[in-house]
Design a protein around this ligand. Structure first.
Ligand code: 4AD
Ligand code: MG
Length: 498
């Protein structure tokens, strides 16, 4: 039995559609639902789904009219879409079938027949997004949506697996919190026995405490943002995985993010080629993300030639888009993603605006807007890291860059192909005096942060971490237009049903 199969009370054992390759020539029993059915002359072609995949069955009428067709034929013919069934049949390899197999149906038991006067609402014809979202509880049964949810599960597992196998301890922060982490305007407030409380926006502040207790930690759980944003990247409830490491600086944080993302993409490629194909993902684009880099000598050659061309250039001329020349060489173990400072990103956006590739100019000092992120991330075939944003536009807890204190030691990782930010992280302020001043500057209630200041009173160390929103990662890896398809029941500005 494969790990996909479950023990059944029926005999012979129940097989999973995804494991049928191991059962060619065998008679198997499947349990699932009728996804769709085609009829052709004396043949019925029911397509069954069981959550692991779909398979086409074949049933023939057996006898020539006017003689009565077989009982199995009649039973299959009576099936309505999404009726639940137990099917027995022989697995046959068939190169023409999408899954590579077909099932010669020998027997079929109906578990529940969907009545014809109240049919399944989602038909294989096209439906609008609103209708599908209203029926999300059923929409997820379609092969494409099921495949996305399977890939999501692997992304979540691979993300945890990376930390679990690299010396991190999982520490879960609270979801009910007394204060803001990422800015007060985006909190969901609630009444906590008469006191105000909020749903957490990030576990970061709490795992800074656990990192100073345990060294390398991570958290993984739901987080909430109340910003009234309707973009295709925003959910009000999403899952964030966040590592936090004592004695790690921003460079270490970027190295960690690289190795972490590489592991996740590798795992998805290893386990989900069929699902990626089913949803129409260009697999070569994901392979490019984890492809080995050019050798050190090749990178050096690029850096040297860039340096030479920079020397020979008029200094006023705007810098070309950063490419292989900006690969960091600090982490010899992981593939390297391009790293751009905010200033370099700004130059890139200015050039794009002048060239008519961006509608609005990027104002120096502002955060990157969605169109800016989309533009930058569509220039690279790997995730790109933008570091050292102006401190004024960033969170209170970010460490200033000693080389230029107007900049924060922070990083956003933008997924390629225009997907934009999937990771946000930083080195944290480790000085008590500076952190206290920052809390006051940001008009945050000092009393609520006394415990957080304690982390700088007792054995403060440089420390860093980041957060990745699972749904943003799923949208990118699956190549989806909108985060609403990346989570079983998305919560957005306009929707909290079903
Ligand atoms: O960049 P953000 O706001 O960073 C933090 O919350 C830090 N405290 C994390 C840390 O350093 N430990 O959010 C981190 C990530 C984003 O890059 C994005 O992937 C995701 O969380 N995210 C959202 N995903 C979906 N919908 C939203 N409204 C999101 N807001 C953030
Ligand atoms: Mg961010």
């Amino acid at each position: 039995m494969s790990e996909l199969e479950t023990k059944s009370v029926t005999n012979p054992p129940v097989a999973a559609i995804a494991s049928l390759a191991a059962h060619v020539g065998d008679t198997v029993t499947l349990r699932g639902w009728l996804y769709n059915m085609r009829e052709s002359g004396k043949l019925l072609f029911p397509i069954f789904r069981d959550g692991t995949g779909t398979i086409q069955g074949i049933v023939s009428r057996d006898s020539t009219p006017p003689a009565a067709p077989s009982e199995v034929f009649l039973r299959v013919k009576s099936l309505t879409q999404e009726s639940s069934v137990i099917v027995t049949g022989r697995v046959r390899a068939d190169a023409r079938a999408p899954s590579g197999f077909e099932l010669d149906v020998a027997n079929l038991e109906i578990v529940h027949l969907v009545p014809t006067d109240a049919p399944y609402p989602i038909t294989p014809k096209e439906h609008g997004t609103d209708f599908l979202m209203e029926h999300r509880h059923l929409w997820m049964r379609t092969p494409r949506q099921s495949a996305i949810l399977r890939i999501r599960a692997t992304i979540m597992r691979a993300a945890q697996e990376y930390f679990d196998t690299h010396g991190f301890v999982r520490t879960d922060p609270p979801i009910l919190t007394p204060a803001a982490c990422e800015g007060t305007s985006t909190l969901f407030a609630l009444d906590y026995f008469g006191d105000p409380a909020f749903l957490t926006q990030s576990g970061q502040l709490y795992i800074e405490a656990t990192a100073l207790a345990l060294g390398k930690v991570y958290s993984f759980g739901p987080t909430f943002r109340a910003e009234k944003s309707k973009t295709r990247r925003h959910l009000t409830e999403f899952w964030m995985i966040e590592p936090e490491v004592a004695f790690m600086d921003l460079d270490g944080d970027m190295d960690l993010a690289e190795a972490f993302l590489t592991h996740i993409v590798s795992r998805v490629l290893e386990l989900h080629r069929a699902d990626l194909k089913l949803i129409g993902r260009d697999i070569a684009k994901l392979e490019a993300v984890i492809a080995p880099l050019p050798s050190e000598s090749e990178i050096e050659a690029v850096i040297l030639s860039e340096a030479r061309s920079a020397e020979s250039k008029d200094p006023d001329e705007s810098r070309p888009a950063a490419t292989a020349g900006t690969f960091s060489t600090t982490n010899p173990h992981a593939p390297r993603f391009p790293r751009l400072s905010y200033d370099e990103a700004h130059e890139m956006l200015e050039a794009a605006f002048k060239a008519g590739k961006l509608e609005a100019p990027h104002i120096y000092g502002d955060d990157l807007g969605s169109p800016d992120e989309t533009y930058i991330s569509s220039q690279f075939d790997r995730p790109v890291m933008i570091h050292r944003y102006p401190a004024a536009s960033k969170a209170f807890y970010m460490q200033p860059d000693p080389a230029d204190p107007t900049k924060a030691l922070c990083v956003d990782v933008l997924a390629p192909e225009g997907y934009g930010e999937i990771i946000g992280g930083s080195q944290r302020v480790d000085s008590y005096d500076l952190l206290r001043a920052r809390i006051l500057e940001h008009n945050l209630p000092l009393a609520a942060f006394e415990w957080y200041l304690d982390l700088r009173r007792y054995g403060s160390v440089p420390h860093s971490g980041f957060g990745m929103g699972i749904e943003r990662a799923v949208a990118w890896i699956c190549g989806l237009d909108h985060v609403r398809e990346t989570i079983p029941f998305p919560r957005t500005l306009n929707r909290i049903y079903p």
